[in-house]
Design a protein around this ligand. Structure first.
Ligand SMILES: Nc1ncnc2c1ncn2[C@@H]1O[C@H](COP(=O)(O)OP(=O)(O)OP(=O)(O)O)[C@@H](O)[C@H]1O
Ligand SMILES: [Mg+2]
Length: 236
């Protein structure tokens, strides 16, 4: 397993946000993590990235514990995080935002940037534009591009389709497939369960901090609870 969470518990002061969460992402996999608002999806990604510390349990990359490592060291191990809400640097240009992703590996910045521009030609056209003036979809492309400049082996994506028009969502999901084909594993947090289960081979369902379901995407798509709660289908 490239990335593995074993029995992870996370608390915010008095609130327990994750209770015994376990999940695995293998080499070459796209894995989706589904769940309603407040289920703990963002908390899971922030804990993997070292932005939150679990009170118990373990997170491993290539079998080695990440416990106690600062966030930048976790990036250095090959995990990049595209946060919820994109969080690009608004006053900086597209190019400067991308360079922020390459801060620990300047030598490969040029090739990395070319790869991102080939994936998202819109960003190439707007390379000098302030990121704050980009559309929501372009900002999402930029946030993904910035994460790719760190050359991750595991890409964590927090609701990349949120608030975007269907055509842009389709482009983002295509890009996820391309990134995966190029060799990175992906852990995809989504509320758009239909698209997520199409791009992912396996998935997990989180409910109020507990993992309640796990399995291949086809099995989850056919599960009555998933159909009702996440695919908006009527189940009789
Ligand atoms: N900084 C914080 N302080 C206290 N509680 C928090 C904090 N951040 C999140 N929580 C709580 O932890 C729980 C999980 O939140 P989290 O943001 O991980 O959910 P989520 O699944 O990402 O939801 P959404 O789909 O709305 O993004 C929620 O009950 C939330 O209120
Ligand atoms: Mg969230």
């Amino acid at each position: 397993m490239v990335l593995e969470l074993v029995d992870v518990e996370v608390r915010y002061a008095s609130v327990t946000a994750l209770r015994g969460v376990s999940l695995r992402v293998g080499a070459g996999e796209v894995v989706t993590l589904l769940g309603a608002n407040g289920a703990g999806k963002t908390t899971t990604l922030r804990t993997i990235s070292g932005l939150l510390r679990p009170v118990s349990g373990e997170i491993r990359m290539d079998g080695e514990s990440l416990a106690g490592l600062p966030a930048h060291e976790i990036v250095a191990r090959g995990i990049s995080h595209v946060p919820e809400g994109r969080r690009v640097f608004p006053a900086m240009s597209v190019r400067e935002n991308l360079l922020m992703g390459a801060y620990r590996d300047r030598r490969n910045a040029r090739t990395g940037m070319d790869t991102v521009f080939a994936m998202f030609p819109r960003l190439a056209e707007r390379h000098g534009q302030a990121a704050g003036t980009l559309s929501g979809g372009e900002q999402q492309m930029l946030a993904i591009g910035r994460a790719l400049l760190a050359r991750p082996r595991v890409l964590l994506l927090d609701e990349p389709s949120m608030g975007l028009a269907p055509l842009v969502v389709a482009r983002i999901f295509e890009a996820i497939t391309e990134i995966n084909r190029a060799g990175a594993s992906v852990l995809l947090v989504e509320q758009n369960a239909h698209q997520a289960l199409t791009v992912a081979g396996r998935g997990y369902v989180l409910e109020t901090g507990r993992m309640v379901l796990a399995g291949p995407s086809g099995v989850l798509r056919a599960d009555d609870r998933v159909r009702q709660a996440y695919l908006g289908e009527n189940v009789v």
